[in-house]
Design a protein. Structure first.
Length: 131
């Protein structure tokens, strides 16, 4: 493959392209953003609501003198997240044990394990709490 065929329309190689997958997500809720078509600044938010929440968060961070890397959450939110991660960790361990190749798991075992794993993971991916 030549260097010329490796270049994008912007003239940058794929490894030098400044727009990464991380830039294709909403800055607030991390939802995927549609691909931009045309000139102009790239989108940063999926909706006006996310833009507003981000602005509110930045204003509060300024008021509290927080740096960009600091985050304030309630103890209840932290505990809820830790509990959900613990449940997911246990589900992964259960699935690893249930699907041990030495016991020759059946299709039913795979379906049950996948169902348990999805049930444990859903609360983490569905929780879109707002400030």
């Amino acid at each position: 493959m030549t260097k010329q065929s490796d270049e994008t329309s912007s003239g940058l190689s794929n490894t030098q392209n400044p727009i990464t997958q991380d830039h294709l997500k909403c800055r607030w809720c991390r939802s995927p953003l549609p691909a931009s078509s045309g000139a102009g600044r790239p989108r940063e938010f999926c909706s006006q609501a996310c833009r507003q929440w981000d602005w509110v968060a930045r204003q509060r961070a300024t008021e509290l003198a927080l740096s960009e890397d600091e985050l304030v959450i309630t103890r209840a939110e932290r505990d809820k997240l830790r509990d959900q991660i613990f449940v997911l960790r246990c589900a992964v361990q259960d699935v690893e044990q249930d699907l041990d190749p030495s016991i020759d798991p059946t299709t039913r075992d795979y379906k049950a394990a996948l169902s348990w794993l999805l049930d444990a993971a859903r609360p983490l991916v569905q929780d879109k709490s707002q400030p």
